[in-house]
Design a protein around this ligand. Structure first.
Ligand SMILES: [Zn+2]
Length: 219
């Protein structure tokens, strides 16, 4: 990637912002005094994980509180999660991993030469793996570990039904289904991973689109 291409792209982003800010003043004006987001999303910094996969500006504005880091681990986003739950009182926290995750892949290899910050992060991810040779399993283990940690820390909120922690995987690389790239699957709710138990959860029951309901779990 040349610096010129990057300059061009960033200038395009600024132009987009200027245009969107002009066009959407009515919407944006409704959010000038504060935020009351519905969902906290902890996901990977990977550029193939844009919020645009989940909705447009109208959908996202004021509704999604986001923490992004390499490998989407809860321990790297502790402050985001604590702030989301304790201060913003967000009822749904989503840990969203993805297939072909560079951080997860790097954690399966030798990362001794990386910086201290990267080593710390990759070690955290590596500690979750149950099968280092299975990339999907590693991605899922990493998500499940974060859900488990939050579920433990905020057991009281979960038991009193004021918080739901959801573990998801977005299939960036089409690893689960090559014809459905970037489809999102639910793999964990409040520490529960069993399909039948998940299917009975009120969040899943809340899905009215039958096709989505059928495809919300991995095959
Ligand atoms: Zn990633």
């Amino acid at each position: 990637m040349s610096k010129q291409e990057a300059y061009d792209f960033f200038c395009q982003m600024l132009e987009n912002n200027s245009r969107i800010a002009k066009e959407k003043q009515e919407l944006l004006n409704q959010h000038t005094s504060g935020q009351k987001p519905k969902v906290a999303l902890i996901t990977c910094s990977d550029s193939r994980m844009p919020l645009a996969l989940y909705g447009n500006l109208e959908d996202m504005m004021g509704n999604v509180f986001v923490g992004k880091d390499i490998g989407n681990t809860s321990s790297d986003s502790d402050a985001v999660i604590d702030y989301a739950i304790q201060h913003l009182k967000i009822p749904v926290v989503v840990i969203l991993g993805h297939t072909d995750c560079g951080a997860v892949k790097a954690a399966t290899g030798n990362f001794d030469d990386e910086t201290e910050a990267i080593k710390k992060r990759l070690s955290t991810i590596k500690n979750t793996f149950t099968d280092i040779n299975d990339h999907i399993k590693c991605v899922e283990d990493n998500v499940n570990d974060s859900v488990e940690k939050i579920t433990k820390q905020y057991a009281q909120q979960i038991n009193s039904d004021s918080l739901c922690v959801v573990g998801c995987v977005c299939d960036t690389s089409g690893a689960y289904d090559e014809n459905q790239c970037s489809t999102t699957y639910i793999i964990n709710i409040n520490g529960q991973k069993d399909r039948q138990t998940l299917a009975g959860h009120e969040l899943i029951k809340n899905i009215t689109n039958t096709q989505l309901k059928e495809n919300i779990f991995t095959k």
